[in-house]
Design a protein around this ligand. Structure first.
Ligand SMILES: Cc1ncc(COP(=O)(O)O)c(C=O)c1O
Length: 444
Protein backbone atom coordinates (compact mmCIF):
# COMPACT_ATOMS: atom_id res chain seq x y z
CA UNK A 1 0.00 0.00 0.00
CA UNK A 2 1.17 3.53 -0.73
CA UNK A 3 2.65 5.31 2.30
CA UNK A 4 0.80 8.44 1.16
CA UNK A 5 -2.89 9.05 1.58
CA UNK A 6 -4.94 9.65 -1.53
CA UNK A 7 -6.68 13.03 -1.62
CA UNK A 8 -10.01 11.37 -0.87
CA UNK A 9 -8.54 9.45 2.10
CA UNK A 10 -6.86 12.59 3.34
CA UNK A 11 -10.13 14.50 3.22
CA UNK A 12 -11.96 11.68 4.96
CA UNK A 13 -9.28 11.46 7.64
CA UNK A 14 -9.03 15.19 8.18
CA UNK A 15 -12.78 15.71 8.34
CA UNK A 16 -13.05 12.83 10.81
CA UNK A 17 -10.33 14.49 12.87
CA UNK A 18 -12.16 17.80 12.72
CA UNK A 19 -15.36 16.11 13.80
CA UNK A 20 -13.59 14.46 16.70
CA UNK A 21 -11.65 17.49 17.92
CA UNK A 22 -13.69 20.54 17.02
CA UNK A 23 -17.26 19.46 16.86
CA UNK A 24 -18.67 18.74 20.28
CA UNK A 25 -22.13 17.80 19.08
CA UNK A 26 -20.77 15.21 16.66
CA UNK A 27 -18.41 13.65 19.14
CA UNK A 28 -21.18 13.74 21.72
CA UNK A 29 -23.33 11.75 19.36
CA UNK A 30 -20.48 9.28 18.83
CA UNK A 31 -19.92 8.81 22.55
CA UNK A 32 -23.58 8.87 23.56
CA UNK A 33 -23.05 12.05 25.65
CA UNK A 34 -25.71 14.78 25.69
CA UNK A 35 -25.40 17.08 22.65
CA UNK A 36 -24.28 20.67 23.24
CA UNK A 37 -27.04 23.09 24.16
CA UNK A 38 -28.06 25.45 21.36
CA UNK A 39 -26.99 29.09 21.72
CA UNK A 40 -30.67 29.86 21.07
CA UNK A 41 -31.40 28.13 24.38
CA UNK A 42 -28.59 29.81 26.29
CA UNK A 43 -25.77 27.44 25.32
CA UNK A 44 -22.28 28.44 24.18
CA UNK A 45 -21.95 29.82 20.64
CA UNK A 46 -20.28 27.50 18.13
CA UNK A 47 -18.64 30.35 16.21
CA UNK A 48 -16.00 32.12 18.26
CA UNK A 49 -13.71 33.69 15.62
CA UNK A 50 -14.46 36.73 13.50
CA UNK A 51 -15.21 36.58 9.77
CA UNK A 52 -12.13 38.64 8.84
CA UNK A 53 -12.15 42.10 7.31
CA UNK A 54 -12.67 42.02 3.58
CA UNK A 55 -10.65 44.64 1.68
CA UNK A 56 -11.58 44.36 -1.97
CA UNK A 57 -9.65 47.21 -3.61
CA UNK A 58 -6.61 49.32 -2.85
CA UNK A 59 -3.34 50.39 -4.44
CA UNK A 60 -3.58 48.46 -7.74
CA UNK A 61 -7.00 50.02 -8.45
CA UNK A 62 -5.77 53.45 -7.26
CA UNK A 63 -2.79 53.26 -9.62
CA UNK A 64 -4.91 52.45 -12.65
CA UNK A 65 -7.43 55.18 -11.77
CA UNK A 66 -4.65 57.66 -11.32
CA UNK A 67 -3.16 56.80 -14.74
CA UNK A 68 -6.63 57.13 -16.22
CA UNK A 69 -7.03 60.66 -14.89
CA UNK A 70 -4.14 61.73 -17.14
CA UNK A 71 -5.80 60.34 -20.25
CA UNK A 72 -7.31 62.74 -22.78
CA UNK A 73 -10.42 60.53 -23.21
CA UNK A 74 -12.49 58.25 -21.00
CA UNK A 75 -14.23 56.60 -23.95
CA UNK A 76 -13.91 52.81 -24.26
CA UNK A 77 -12.84 52.55 -27.90
CA UNK A 78 -9.07 51.87 -27.93
CA UNK A 79 -8.98 53.19 -24.36
CA UNK A 80 -5.88 51.98 -22.47
CA UNK A 81 -7.90 50.77 -19.48
CA UNK A 82 -10.32 48.85 -21.69
CA UNK A 83 -7.41 47.31 -23.61
CA UNK A 84 -5.73 46.31 -20.34
CA UNK A 85 -8.97 44.77 -19.09
CA UNK A 86 -9.42 42.79 -22.30
CA UNK A 87 -5.82 41.56 -22.22
CA UNK A 88 -6.13 40.43 -18.60
CA UNK A 89 -9.49 38.83 -19.26
CA UNK A 90 -7.88 36.83 -22.07
CA UNK A 91 -5.13 35.61 -19.74
CA UNK A 92 -7.86 33.84 -17.76
CA UNK A 93 -10.20 33.03 -20.66
CA UNK A 94 -8.36 32.60 -23.96
CA UNK A 95 -11.20 33.90 -26.15
CA UNK A 96 -10.61 35.87 -29.33
CA UNK A 97 -13.55 38.29 -29.38
CA UNK A 98 -13.98 40.15 -26.09
CA UNK A 99 -16.30 43.11 -25.49
CA UNK A 100 -16.57 45.02 -22.25
CA UNK A 101 -20.04 46.25 -21.35
CA UNK A 102 -22.11 47.92 -18.66
CA UNK A 103 -23.45 44.88 -16.75
CA UNK A 104 -23.93 41.13 -16.75
CA UNK A 105 -27.48 41.74 -17.95
CA UNK A 106 -26.04 43.70 -20.88
CA UNK A 107 -23.53 40.90 -21.61
CA UNK A 108 -26.39 38.40 -21.78
CA UNK A 109 -28.55 40.63 -23.96
CA UNK A 110 -25.61 41.14 -26.33
CA UNK A 111 -25.01 37.37 -26.41
CA UNK A 112 -28.62 36.57 -27.20
CA UNK A 113 -28.75 39.23 -29.93
CA UNK A 114 -25.44 38.01 -31.40
CA UNK A 115 -26.78 34.44 -31.34
CA UNK A 116 -29.55 35.66 -33.64
CA UNK A 117 -32.46 35.07 -31.27
CA UNK A 118 -35.55 36.57 -32.88
CA UNK A 119 -39.34 36.65 -32.48
CA UNK A 120 -40.69 33.35 -31.12
CA UNK A 121 -37.27 31.64 -30.78
CA UNK A 122 -37.03 29.57 -27.63
CA UNK A 123 -34.12 29.79 -25.22
CA UNK A 124 -33.89 27.16 -22.49
CA UNK A 125 -32.61 28.23 -19.13
CA UNK A 126 -32.94 27.86 -15.36
CA UNK A 127 -35.72 29.14 -13.12
CA UNK A 128 -33.23 29.86 -10.32
CA UNK A 129 -31.11 32.78 -11.40
CA UNK A 130 -31.00 36.55 -11.52
CA UNK A 131 -33.55 38.13 -13.90
CA UNK A 132 -30.53 39.44 -15.84
CA UNK A 133 -30.11 35.98 -17.37
CA UNK A 134 -33.46 36.29 -19.09
CA UNK A 135 -34.16 39.97 -19.74
CA UNK A 136 -32.23 40.03 -23.04
CA UNK A 137 -34.16 37.04 -24.39
CA UNK A 138 -37.42 38.92 -23.88
CA UNK A 139 -36.07 42.14 -25.40
CA UNK A 140 -35.09 40.21 -28.54
CA UNK A 141 -38.69 38.89 -28.62
CA UNK A 142 -37.48 35.39 -27.78
CA UNK A 143 -39.24 33.02 -25.40
CA UNK A 144 -37.52 31.90 -22.20
CA UNK A 145 -38.28 28.22 -21.54
CA UNK A 146 -37.55 27.01 -18.03
CA UNK A 147 -36.05 23.56 -17.50
CA UNK A 148 -35.68 21.87 -14.13
CA UNK A 149 -32.47 21.45 -12.17
CA UNK A 150 -30.21 18.88 -10.52
CA UNK A 151 -31.19 18.70 -6.85
CA UNK A 152 -27.63 18.68 -5.51
CA UNK A 153 -26.04 21.41 -7.67
CA UNK A 154 -29.04 23.67 -8.43
CA UNK A 155 -27.74 23.77 -12.02
CA UNK A 156 -29.59 22.79 -15.20
CA UNK A 157 -30.29 19.08 -15.55
CA UNK A 158 -29.13 17.90 -18.98
CA UNK A 159 -32.11 15.51 -19.15
CA UNK A 160 -34.58 18.27 -18.34
CA UNK A 161 -33.01 20.51 -21.00
CA UNK A 162 -33.25 17.66 -23.54
CA UNK A 163 -36.95 17.27 -22.72
CA UNK A 164 -37.55 21.01 -23.21
CA UNK A 165 -36.10 21.11 -26.75
CA UNK A 166 -38.65 21.80 -29.52
CA UNK A 167 -38.24 22.74 -33.20
CA UNK A 168 -38.29 26.41 -32.05
CA UNK A 169 -35.35 26.04 -29.64
CA UNK A 170 -32.34 28.13 -30.68
CA UNK A 171 -30.19 28.42 -27.58
CA UNK A 172 -29.46 27.27 -24.04
CA UNK A 173 -28.30 29.66 -21.34
CA UNK A 174 -26.38 27.67 -18.73
CA UNK A 175 -25.96 29.50 -15.43
CA UNK A 176 -23.11 28.27 -13.25
CA UNK A 177 -25.05 29.01 -10.08
CA UNK A 178 -23.00 30.18 -7.09
CA UNK A 179 -19.79 29.51 -9.05
CA UNK A 180 -20.38 25.75 -9.43
CA UNK A 181 -19.86 24.69 -13.07
CA UNK A 182 -22.81 23.12 -14.91
CA UNK A 183 -22.40 19.77 -16.65
CA UNK A 184 -20.78 21.43 -19.64
CA UNK A 185 -19.97 18.15 -21.39
CA UNK A 186 -23.62 17.17 -21.38
CA UNK A 187 -24.94 20.61 -22.32
CA UNK A 188 -22.41 21.14 -25.12
CA UNK A 189 -23.18 17.70 -26.53
CA UNK A 190 -26.88 18.50 -26.51
CA UNK A 191 -26.28 21.90 -28.11
CA UNK A 192 -24.14 20.37 -30.87
CA UNK A 193 -26.61 17.56 -31.49
CA UNK A 194 -29.53 20.00 -31.94
CA UNK A 195 -27.50 22.87 -33.48
CA UNK A 196 -28.22 25.19 -30.57
CA UNK A 197 -26.11 28.07 -29.34
CA UNK A 198 -24.75 27.42 -25.85
CA UNK A 199 -24.42 30.65 -23.86
CA UNK A 200 -22.60 30.39 -20.55
CA UNK A 201 -23.83 32.78 -17.86
CA UNK A 202 -20.69 33.08 -15.74
CA UNK A 203 -21.99 36.08 -13.76
CA UNK A 204 -21.56 34.20 -10.47
CA UNK A 205 -18.61 32.06 -11.48
CA UNK A 206 -15.47 34.15 -11.98
CA UNK A 207 -12.48 31.82 -11.58
CA UNK A 208 -14.53 28.62 -11.72
CA UNK A 209 -13.21 25.66 -13.71
CA UNK A 210 -14.87 22.72 -15.38
CA UNK A 211 -12.46 19.76 -15.64
CA UNK A 212 -9.58 22.16 -15.05
CA UNK A 213 -10.54 24.66 -17.74
CA UNK A 214 -12.15 28.05 -17.11
CA UNK A 215 -15.92 28.28 -17.43
CA UNK A 216 -16.87 30.43 -20.38
CA UNK A 217 -14.61 28.49 -22.74
CA UNK A 218 -16.98 25.56 -23.36
CA UNK A 219 -20.02 27.26 -24.89
CA UNK A 220 -20.29 29.51 -27.93
CA UNK A 221 -20.59 32.77 -25.99
CA UNK A 222 -19.55 33.60 -22.42
CA UNK A 223 -21.07 36.31 -20.22
CA UNK A 224 -19.65 37.76 -17.01
CA UNK A 225 -20.87 40.34 -14.48
CA UNK A 226 -18.69 42.82 -12.64
CA UNK A 227 -21.51 43.98 -10.36
CA UNK A 228 -20.54 44.93 -6.84
CA UNK A 229 -21.33 41.61 -5.13
CA UNK A 230 -19.39 39.42 -7.59
CA UNK A 231 -16.00 37.77 -6.90
CA UNK A 232 -14.38 40.72 -8.73
CA UNK A 233 -16.07 44.00 -9.52
CA UNK A 234 -15.96 47.57 -10.76
CA UNK A 235 -19.29 48.52 -9.19
CA UNK A 236 -21.26 47.60 -12.28
CA UNK A 237 -19.94 46.13 -15.49
CA UNK A 238 -19.76 43.06 -17.68
CA UNK A 239 -17.73 41.16 -20.25
CA UNK A 240 -19.04 39.14 -23.18
CA UNK A 241 -16.70 36.94 -25.21
CA UNK A 242 -16.58 34.28 -27.90
CA UNK A 243 -14.19 32.24 -30.00
CA UNK A 244 -16.86 31.57 -32.58
CA UNK A 245 -16.47 33.56 -35.81
CA UNK A 246 -20.24 33.54 -36.35
CA UNK A 247 -20.96 35.38 -33.12
CA UNK A 248 -17.71 37.00 -31.94
CA UNK A 249 -17.57 39.91 -34.41
CA UNK A 250 -21.18 40.82 -33.55
CA UNK A 251 -20.53 41.33 -29.83
CA UNK A 252 -19.07 44.83 -30.15
CA UNK A 253 -21.90 45.89 -32.46
CA UNK A 254 -24.71 44.90 -30.13
CA UNK A 255 -22.93 46.67 -27.26
CA UNK A 256 -22.37 49.84 -29.28
CA UNK A 257 -25.59 50.83 -31.10
CA UNK A 258 -24.95 48.45 -33.95
CA UNK A 259 -21.89 50.40 -35.09
CA UNK A 260 -18.81 48.83 -36.64
CA UNK A 261 -16.39 51.31 -35.20
CA UNK A 262 -13.28 49.87 -36.85
CA UNK A 263 -14.82 50.61 -40.27
CA UNK A 264 -14.26 54.30 -39.57
CA UNK A 265 -17.85 54.89 -40.73
CA UNK A 266 -20.00 54.16 -37.69
CA UNK A 267 -23.29 55.39 -39.14
CA UNK A 268 -22.93 53.91 -42.61
CA UNK A 269 -21.82 50.57 -41.13
CA UNK A 270 -24.85 50.14 -38.86
CA UNK A 271 -26.90 47.22 -40.13
CA UNK A 272 -28.25 45.91 -36.83
CA UNK A 273 -30.18 47.47 -33.97
CA UNK A 274 -28.12 47.56 -30.80
CA UNK A 275 -28.32 49.74 -27.74
CA UNK A 276 -25.58 51.52 -25.81
CA UNK A 277 -24.17 48.96 -23.40
CA UNK A 278 -20.64 50.40 -23.35
CA UNK A 279 -18.36 50.34 -20.32
CA UNK A 280 -16.36 53.53 -19.73
CA UNK A 281 -12.67 53.82 -18.85
CA UNK A 282 -13.11 54.43 -15.08
CA UNK A 283 -14.91 51.11 -14.69
CA UNK A 284 -12.39 49.36 -16.94
CA UNK A 285 -9.50 50.72 -14.86
CA UNK A 286 -10.91 49.18 -11.68
CA UNK A 287 -11.90 45.94 -13.42
CA UNK A 288 -8.43 45.52 -14.97
CA UNK A 289 -6.82 45.78 -11.53
CA UNK A 290 -9.40 43.40 -10.08
CA UNK A 291 -8.56 40.74 -12.67
CA UNK A 292 -5.05 40.55 -11.22
CA UNK A 293 -6.65 39.52 -7.93
CA UNK A 294 -8.89 36.87 -9.45
CA UNK A 295 -6.76 33.75 -9.12
CA UNK A 296 -6.03 34.29 -5.42
CA UNK A 297 -9.69 35.09 -4.69
CA UNK A 298 -10.93 32.07 -6.64
CA UNK A 299 -8.48 29.67 -5.00
CA UNK A 300 -9.25 30.88 -1.48
CA UNK A 301 -13.03 30.73 -1.97
CA UNK A 302 -12.74 27.29 -3.44
CA UNK A 303 -10.63 26.09 -0.51
CA UNK A 304 -13.06 27.55 2.06
CA UNK A 305 -16.04 25.98 0.31
CA UNK A 306 -14.33 22.57 0.32
CA UNK A 307 -13.58 22.92 4.02
CA UNK A 308 -17.22 23.72 4.72
CA UNK A 309 -18.42 20.75 2.71
CA UNK A 310 -16.02 18.46 4.56
CA UNK A 311 -17.29 19.85 7.85
CA UNK A 312 -20.99 19.29 7.15
CA UNK A 313 -20.83 16.00 5.25
CA UNK A 314 -22.47 12.90 6.66
CA UNK A 315 -25.44 14.63 8.32
CA UNK A 316 -28.76 13.02 7.52
CA UNK A 317 -30.69 16.32 7.44
CA UNK A 318 -28.22 18.33 5.32
CA UNK A 319 -27.19 18.07 1.67
CA UNK A 320 -23.96 19.94 0.91
CA UNK A 321 -23.50 21.17 -2.68
CA UNK A 322 -22.05 18.59 -5.08
CA UNK A 323 -18.95 19.80 -6.90
CA UNK A 324 -17.35 17.39 -9.38
CA UNK A 325 -13.94 16.18 -8.19
CA UNK A 326 -12.05 17.84 -11.06
CA UNK A 327 -14.04 21.10 -11.05
CA UNK A 328 -13.36 24.31 -9.16
CA UNK A 329 -16.36 26.04 -7.58
CA UNK A 330 -15.63 29.62 -6.53
CA UNK A 331 -18.62 29.97 -4.18
CA UNK A 332 -20.14 33.35 -4.94
CA UNK A 333 -22.08 32.06 -2.00
CA UNK A 334 -22.33 28.60 -0.42
CA UNK A 335 -25.70 26.94 -0.97
CA UNK A 336 -26.73 23.85 0.95
CA UNK A 337 -30.06 22.10 1.36
CA UNK A 338 -32.07 21.07 4.36
CA UNK A 339 -34.02 17.82 4.24
CA UNK A 340 -37.30 18.92 5.86
CA UNK A 341 -38.45 15.32 6.35
CA UNK A 342 -35.43 14.75 8.64
CA UNK A 343 -35.96 17.89 10.76
CA UNK A 344 -38.22 18.71 13.68
CA UNK A 345 -38.17 22.43 12.86
CA UNK A 346 -39.01 24.68 9.92
CA UNK A 347 -36.33 26.53 7.96
CA UNK A 348 -36.79 29.94 9.67
CA UNK A 349 -36.16 28.36 13.07
CA UNK A 350 -33.11 26.54 11.72
CA UNK A 351 -31.77 29.87 10.40
CA UNK A 352 -32.52 31.59 13.71
CA UNK A 353 -30.65 28.90 15.61
CA UNK A 354 -27.65 29.31 13.29
CA UNK A 355 -27.65 33.08 13.74
CA UNK A 356 -27.68 32.56 17.51
CA UNK A 357 -24.62 30.29 17.11
CA UNK A 358 -22.85 33.21 15.40
CA UNK A 359 -23.22 31.73 11.89
CA UNK A 360 -24.62 34.34 9.45
CA UNK A 361 -26.55 31.90 7.29
CA UNK A 362 -29.77 33.00 5.59
CA UNK A 363 -32.82 30.91 4.71
CA UNK A 364 -33.17 30.78 0.94
CA UNK A 365 -31.83 32.49 -2.17
CA UNK A 366 -34.43 33.87 -4.57
CA UNK A 367 -37.92 33.53 -3.03
CA UNK A 368 -39.76 32.34 -6.17
CA UNK A 369 -38.70 30.90 -9.53
CA UNK A 370 -38.20 33.51 -12.27
CA UNK A 371 -41.37 32.36 -14.07
CA UNK A 372 -43.32 32.97 -10.83
CA UNK A 373 -42.65 36.72 -10.94
CA UNK A 374 -45.86 38.68 -11.63
CA UNK A 375 -44.52 40.06 -14.93
CA UNK A 376 -44.16 36.45 -16.19
CA UNK A 377 -47.40 35.18 -14.70
CA UNK A 378 -49.25 38.04 -16.44
CA UNK A 379 -47.16 37.85 -19.66
CA UNK A 380 -46.92 41.60 -19.25
CA UNK A 381 -43.45 42.31 -20.66
CA UNK A 382 -44.08 45.30 -22.90
CA UNK A 383 -46.52 47.93 -21.58
CA UNK A 384 -48.54 45.12 -20.03
CA UNK A 385 -48.59 43.06 -23.23
CA UNK A 386 -46.55 40.33 -24.94
CA UNK A 387 -46.68 41.04 -28.67
CA UNK A 388 -45.26 37.69 -29.81
CA UNK A 389 -47.98 35.85 -27.92
CA UNK A 390 -50.67 38.10 -29.37
CA UNK A 391 -49.21 37.42 -32.83
CA UNK A 392 -49.35 33.66 -32.31
CA UNK A 393 -45.55 33.25 -32.38
CA UNK A 394 -45.57 31.46 -29.02
CA UNK A 395 -48.10 29.53 -26.98
CA UNK A 396 -46.00 29.86 -23.83
CA UNK A 397 -48.08 30.12 -20.66
CA UNK A 398 -45.98 30.69 -17.56
CA UNK A 399 -48.94 29.99 -15.28
CA UNK A 400 -48.54 26.35 -16.39
CA UNK A 401 -44.76 26.06 -15.98
CA UNK A 402 -43.70 23.68 -13.21
CA UNK A 403 -40.20 22.76 -12.07
CA UNK A 404 -40.59 20.64 -8.91
CA UNK A 405 -36.88 20.21 -8.22
CA UNK A 406 -36.38 23.98 -8.40
CA UNK A 407 -39.34 24.50 -6.08
CA UNK A 408 -37.76 22.14 -3.55
CA UNK A 409 -34.41 23.94 -3.83
CA UNK A 410 -36.07 27.32 -3.31
CA UNK A 411 -38.00 25.99 -0.31
CA UNK A 412 -35.12 24.17 1.38
CA UNK A 413 -31.87 25.95 0.54
CA UNK A 414 -29.68 27.87 2.96
CA UNK A 415 -27.16 30.52 1.92
CA UNK A 416 -23.82 31.34 3.49
CA UNK A 417 -21.97 34.26 1.92
CA UNK A 418 -18.35 33.31 2.25
CA UNK A 419 -15.46 35.51 1.19
CA UNK A 420 -11.73 35.34 0.73
CA UNK A 421 -10.82 37.17 3.95
CA UNK A 422 -12.32 34.39 6.05
CA UNK A 423 -9.97 31.95 7.72
CA UNK A 424 -10.36 28.20 7.45
CA UNK A 425 -10.76 28.15 11.25
CA UNK A 426 -13.76 30.46 10.99
CA UNK A 427 -15.32 28.35 8.26
CA UNK A 428 -14.75 25.17 10.31
CA UNK A 429 -16.59 26.88 13.17
CA UNK A 430 -19.44 27.70 10.78
CA UNK A 431 -19.49 23.99 9.90
CA UNK A 432 -19.62 23.04 13.55
CA UNK A 433 -22.54 25.45 14.06
CA UNK A 434 -24.43 23.77 11.21
CA UNK A 435 -23.65 20.31 12.62
CA UNK A 436 -24.74 21.33 16.09
CA UNK A 437 -28.04 22.84 14.93
CA UNK A 438 -28.73 19.99 12.49
CA UNK A 439 -28.07 17.36 15.13
CA UNK A 440 -30.31 19.16 17.60
CA UNK A 441 -33.24 19.21 15.20
CA UNK A 442 -32.71 15.91 13.38
CA UNK A 443 -35.54 13.45 13.81
CA UNK A 444 -34.55 10.06 15.14
C1 LIG B 1 -26.53 34.42 -12.79
C2 LIG B 1 -26.62 35.88 -13.07
N1 LIG B 1 -26.83 36.29 -14.33
C3 LIG B 1 -26.89 37.60 -14.63
C4 LIG B 1 -26.74 38.56 -13.67
C5 LIG B 1 -26.85 39.99 -14.05
O1 LIG B 1 -25.68 40.69 -13.80
P1 LIG B 1 -25.73 42.26 -13.53
O2 LIG B 1 -26.27 42.46 -12.16
O3 LIG B 1 -24.31 42.69 -13.66
O4 LIG B 1 -26.59 42.87 -14.56
C6 LIG B 1 -26.50 38.20 -12.35
C7 LIG B 1 -26.34 39.20 -11.28
O5 LIG B 1 -26.47 38.91 -10.11
C8 LIG B 1 -26.45 36.80 -12.03
O6 LIG B 1 -26.24 36.39 -10.79
Amino acid sequence: MSPYLSRRDFLAASSAAVVATQLPAASAAATGAAPAKLALQGGEKAVKSGAGKLVRWGDPERQRLSAMIDQPSLFFYKGPQTLALIERFRQHHPLKHVMTCSSGTAALHIAVAAAGIGPGDEVITTPITDPGTIIGVLYQQGVPVFADLEADTANLSVDAVARAITPRTKAIIAVHLTGNPCDLDGLRQLADQHKLVLIEDCAQSWGAKFRGQPVGTFGHIACFSLQNSKQITCGDGGVVASNDERFGPRLARYADKGMVRESGKPFESTETLGTNYRMSEPQAAVAAAQLDRLEAIAEKRSQLGRALTEGISGLSAIVPPRVRADDRCTYWFYLFMLKPERLRCKRPEFAKALTAEGAPIAAGYIPIPIYGMPVFQRHAFFAGRWPIKEMGLTKMDYTKTTCPVSDAIIANCMRFTLHEAMSETYVREIASAIRKVAQHYTTT
